[in-house]
Design a protein around this ligand. Structure first.
Ligand code: AMP
Ligand code: MG
Length: 444
């Protein structure tokens, strides 16, 4: 048996960061920047007004107060998007809107509220003159050219993950496209004679194929593009064909057929198509795992073979496929977000494996508490649906007692996941099986 770390290390040493591609900025959300972005403009390009008001020369408004305003003649008006052709000279002002370039000659802007504009309007007086009722600090209400970004400066560094704010910054530079690391494509193949596609009637003895859907959406969630290859029956030729189709992708994930069952021919087919290692990983669930490099069409494609049990495959995905995808995407933080929590469950770890128990994590009084989501059988997919985290029991810890401190890998951080956890409890209560403190030792 190998450890989770050893397995992960081998997998990661066989995947590489993908090449850059040019994309419209709108489509680059979440991707890793593959260029240093410098600006060829100042942002903002010109000094402009931060307020609606009057552009003035500060010398003219020195000592102005409400009772002793300074009266200036208004020689024009300028709105955002236009440049005034007038120059502010002593004794004059130009009415200015937020964002409008500051006219020549002006050095300060006085906002409307510090003028008598309202009074004049109410009295029906023309706005050819304005009374300034306050001496603002010289230079007030002017946003300087380049105060956000100076021309020539490094704005975004290669390696950053693009979020909406970075995409906004790119737009503020006028960039329509950006160079980012390409998203990997991941082929997803379910195997097994017992599988039936969703949306069809369920014949006796069969089960619906759920793995394709959980795996494909995990692929998508972590930023890759799933290519669904459907179901291959436990028949060699068909399996061979479908796996070969998966060689167009950057990674192939198969589910089932890697344990010791008689009909598990996936192993044989994979061994024919490339170099394959079958590992028993010191973890629970997800112990049997295949990893290999398939060769064909002059290309080498890494392959992850997950166990068929729906929970096992999802957890194996989190531990092994997620970091592989993140690495291909150019991301450097590959670890699952983890919190320290107080266990509300007693968990036995008799066989010295690393247990990933599905858990509900809640925050109370500034601390996290983690409670296992009832029965932990690796076929019980609803226990995954009820969980927002995976409580990690290290391989060298024989027992977790209620009150012990544990690490929990967070599956989600969002509010609605709490709702999903509460929903599981409601559902279990309805069918009389609400055991929030139940141990995690049954067939995980
Ligand atoms: P195996 O890894 O082939 O031994 O399968 C382990 C268990 O997972 C069996 O009960 C299978 O029926 C089940 N299983 C395999 N593939 C899927 C799938 N795509 N969706 C749901 N369950 C599956
Ligand atoms: Mg099988």
């Amino acid at each position: 048996m190998i450890s989770v770390e050893e397995a992960l290390e081998k997998i990661l040493s066989n995947v590489s960061v993908l090449e850059p591609e040019e994309k419209p900025i709108l489509d680059s959300l979440g991707q890793v920047l593959a260029e240093d972005v410098r600006s060829d403009i100042d942002v903002p390009p010109l000094d402009n007004s931060a307020m609606d008001g009057y552009a003035v020369q500060w010398e003219d408004i020195r000592g102005a107060t409400i009772s002793q305003p300074r009266t200036l003649s208004v020689i024009g008006e300028v709105a955002a998007g236009y440049i005034s052709d007038r120059t502010v000279v002593p004794g004059t002002a130009i009415r200015i809107m937020t964002g409008a370039p500051v006219p020549a000659g002006a050095d300060s802007v006085v906002q409307f509220e510090d003028t008598d504009e309202e009074v004049r309007k109410a009295a029906g007086k023309p706005l050819d003159e304005i009374g300034i009722g306050r001496e603002v600090v010289k230079g007030s209400n002017i946003r300087r050219a380049g105060e956000d970004i100076t021309r020539g400066s490094l704005v975004l560094a290669s390696g950053m993950v693009l979020r909406p704010q970075e995409i906004g910054v790119l737009a503020s530079l006028g960039r329509a496209n950006v160079l980012v690391i390409r998203r990997p494509t991941v082929a997803v193949l379910a195997t097994g004679d017992e599988l039936v596609e969703v949306g069809r009637p369920l014949p006796p003895g069969k089960i619906y194929n759920s793995n394709t859907y959980s795996i494909a959406t995990q692929v998508r969630r972590y930023g890759a593009i799933p290519h669904i290859l459907g179901i291959a029956t436990d028949e060699k030729q068909e399996l061979m064909e479908k796996i070969t189709r998966g060689m167009d992708s950057d990674l192939l994930i198969t589910s089932a057929g890697v344990s010791r069952g008689d009909y598990d021919i996936v192993k044989d087919v994979l061994a024919e198509l490339g170099e394959i290692s079958f590992w028993t990983v010191r973890m629970k669930p997800g112990k049997p795992l295949a990893f290999g490099i398939l060769a064909g069409n002059g290309k080498k494609v890494p392959h992850l073979g997950f166990p068929g049990n729906p929970v096992s495959s999802m957890i194996a995905f989190e531990q092994f496929a997620r970091p592989a995808i993140l690495k291909m995407l150019g991301k450097t933080n590959l670890a699952k977000p983890t919190v320290s929590a107080i266990s509300e469950s007693r968990i036995e770890n008799a066989k010295g494996r690393r247990i990933f128990a599905r858990a509900i994590v809640r925050k109370r009084d500034g601390r996290y508490f983690a409670c296992v989501t009832g029965p932990q059988g690796s076929g019980i997919l609803t226990s995954m649906s009820g969980a927002n985290g995976l409580l990690v029991v290290p391989e060298d810890v024989g027992i977790i007692e209620v009150g012990d401190e544990v690490s929990v890998q967070m599956l989600d951080w969002r509010e609605e996941d709490q709702v999903a956890a509460d929903c599981l409890h409601r559902r279990k209560a309805e069918i009389g099986q609400d055991h929030p403190h139940e141990g995690a030792d049954s067939g995980v």
